[in-house]
Design a protein around this ligand. Structure first.
Ligand code: SF4
Length: 397
């Protein structure tokens, strides 16, 4: 597709993902950093230097001023961000807040594997006003199937203790939520209820990364079965039917909002523009970590915080395409009746190494279509029931 057909009015970034450390103390078998086609992490310094922190803080502040932003999000990420140590983490948070000043509120989140999350770290995050998200795949068997230490031992016991520390007592207000990668071998409702034990404010269920050339587990391209839709539909039934809302499930909440005509909170569903970028430990600017599963160098922009403003990143062809709504999608998605809700799914899931690049439907297309229709049916039935009830009330004497 010619770039000239894309919408050109850039939408400013509102989320800045900082890779404060490029290595990890776990060796998860599905990791998009270390197990993917892109092995660029090998060239990265282990830790973000103070100079890169300072440049990044200035670039964020510059972007805030240029676009008159009132809120921005900073995500401290890795690798494992806690490996960067408390001094660097404190420096990153305070320098960004200092550069941005009172003009905008900086919402900081730390996304950790939980292995080092002790009271000292939590006290620091409390002091810095940073919230904490932890990756937890469910119970011990589910979690330890993938999320292992370098020597192969599981990490569940330690991580679930850390989550309990975060979820209870004085640290509870720091709890941002849990990140869980779906494994079809795990029972969906049992997985959800296991995560629910920690009373997370939000759960993010992630579809395993993959694409048409390297399909995710259980997803055979071209086949019409819908194992991931079935899995998430079971969670939906449990989540949606609860008499009180026990937690936010991001993918399901977004779907309900979208089928009701609203908007998603991110760009993995619907037609929302991409609004985040990644700063690597060496200061180079990347687009999206998940692109690492496509091909070597897929997430690179060639830009650097010391040389380039974030407005320059907005002009990168892939950002332009990902801020272009339907016109940034391939022909099949543009013609699809579910386009407004689905939006082609997550960008990386559309990739095919056959030369078509990202111009395909999602490799999860049958799952996405089935799940959208399922949620739509349930929500439409509820809406109709409420409408009838209101009608009956209106008719009452
Ligand atoms: S991925 Fe499939 S369901 Fe989604 S918009 Fe494209 S064709 Fe439609």
């Amino acid at each position: 597709m010619a770039l000239s057909s894309y919408r050109t009015a850039a939408i400013p970034f509102h989320t800045f993902v900082l890779k404060v450390h490029s290595r990890c103390d776990l060796a998860c078998d599905y990791c998009y950093m270390y197990r993917a086609a892109d092995q660029g992490w090998r060239d990265q310094p282990r830790t973000m230097s103070p100079a890169v922190v300072a440049w990044t803080a200035r670039r964020i502040a510059e972007h805030v001023r240029a676009h008159d932003l009132r809120h921005v999000a900073v995500v401290l990420h890795g690798g494992e961000p806690l490996l960067a140590g408390p001094r660097l983490v404190r420096r990153a948070v305070t320098e960004i807040a200092g550069e941005v000043g009172p003009r905008a509120r900086v919402h900081t989140t730390v996304q950790t594997n939980g292995m080092r999350l002790d009271d000292a770290w939590l006290d620091l995050f409390g002091e810095l006003g940073a919230r904490v998200g932890v990756s937890l795949d469910g119970g011990r068997a589910a979690h330890d199937r993938h999320r292992v230490r370098p020597d192969g031992r599981g990490s569940h016991d330690r991580v679930s203790r850390a989550v309990a520390r975060l979820a209870t007592g004085r640290h509870r207000k720091l709890f941002a939520g849990l990140l869980c990668t779906i494994d079809l071998r795990n029972d969906p409702v049992a997985t959800y209820e296991e995560l629910l034990r920690h009373r997370p404010p939000q759960i993010d269920f992630l579809l395993p990364l993959g694409n048409w050339s390297a399909p995710p587990p259980g997803r055979v391209p071209g086949q019409s079965d819908t194992p991931y839709a079935d899995w998430l539909a079971a969670v939906f039934d449990r989540w949606y039917a609860a008499p009180v809302r026990e937690t936010e499930v991001r993918v399901l909440g977004d779907l309900v909002a979208l089928v009701l005509g609203g908007r998603a909170r991110g760009e993995t569903l619907g037609l929302e523009p991409v609004r985040y970028l990644v700063v690597e430990t060496d200061g180079s600017v990347a687009l999206d970590d998940t692109l690492r599963v496509a091909y070597h160098g897929a997430s690179r922009t060639g830009l650097h915080v010391a040389l380039d403003s974030f407005d320059e990143v907005l002009r990168h062809p892939e950002v332009v395409a990902r801020q272009s709504g339907a016109s940034g999608l391939g022909a099949l998605c543009r013609a699809c009746s579910l386009l407004r809700v689905c939006g082609g799914g997550q960008y990386v899931h559309r990739y095919d190494a056959d030369g078509s690049g990202f111009g395909n439907p999602s490799v999860y297309c049958p799952d996405l279509a089935a799940l959208i229709r399922y949620v739509h049916r349930r929500v439409a039935a509820d809406t109709e029931r409420l409408r009838r009830r209101a009608g009956v009330r209106e008719g009452c004497p």
